[in-house]
Design a protein around this ligand. Structure first.
Ligand SMILES: Nc1ncnc2c1ncn2[C@@H]1O[C@H](COP(=O)(O)OP(=O)(O)OP(=O)(O)O)[C@@H](O)[C@H]1O
Ligand SMILES: [Mg+2]
Length: 203
């Protein structure tokens, strides 16, 4: 698929819908199989050969399921933190370290998240690998999310050099498009992992 860079907001919304539909047309067994392959690619990255502080996420709806990936990462001694909606910085995320006693709640989007506990907040600067959900990605590492700007705000700290992490998108193969429209606040990813390919966008 090829799309013009300057498409309108309406066309962008149509593209988002199209990509969401493509994702939803896969069976849940196919998505589970895809997650297995993505998890294996991820674990083989040189960056993950020592224990890392990984920012992951809880997948919802037809997203590539992250549950088994998260379990696999913890089994390989990586520390996992999951995002919650920031309690007072609107539009921002806060990462909470998972542990044996983590209590769960749902945020206002209905997405499961760890309960806020200041003792277990992981500063973004401690995260070395940030796994990023996406609706679509292109051949340059640009990503389209759900339209909230949450990950763009998180990644802007990295783009400004305030934190040092590696943003890796996790995706199904059907989430690829040749070229996505890009806005000034959109932060491209360094890598996207799909079942069939590890896309490395680093120079
Ligand atoms: N760094 C930022 N600072 C302030 N506002 C931002 C920033 N990044 C994105 N936004 C705002 O967020 C809104 C949504 O951005 P966009 O459409 O790129 O979302 P997205 O990338 O699909 O979502 P997400 O990042 O949550 O996956 C935009 O209106 C934009 O103005
Ligand atoms: Mg964006």
């Amino acid at each position: 698929m090829r799309f013009r860079k300057d498409i309108s907001a309406v066309a962008q919304q149509q593209l988002r819908r199209q990509l969401l539909d493509a994702r939803a047309s896969l069976s849940s067994a196919a998505r589970d199989e895809a997650a297995l392959q993505v998890g294996n690619h991820l674990l083989q990255l040189p960056e993950l050969q020592q224990p890392c502080q990984i920012g992951s996420y809880f997948s919802v709806k037809a997203e590539l399921p992250t549950h088994a990936i998260n379990e696999q990462l913890m089994a390989h001694n990586h520390q996992l933190s999951l995002p919650i909606l920031h309690p007072f910085r609107a539009g921002h995320l806060l990462f909470m370290q998972l542990n044996q006693t983590t209590k769960w709640t749902h945020n206002r989007f209905g997405i499961p998240e760890p309960e806020l506990d200041v003792r277990h907040v992981t500063p973004l600067g401690h995260i070395t690998i940030l796994l990023v959900p996406l609706v679509g990605f292109d051949a340059h590492g640009n990503r389209m999310g759900m339209g909230g700007g949450f990950y763009d705000r998180t990644l802007s700290a990295w783009r400004q050099g305030r934190v040092n992490l590696m943003p890796i998108g996790l995706a199904l193969d059907c989430q690829y498009v040749d070229e996505l429209p890009v806005q000034p606040w959109d932060v491209p990813l360094q890598m996207v992992i799909t079942p069939s390919k590890v896309w490395d966008f680093r120079a």
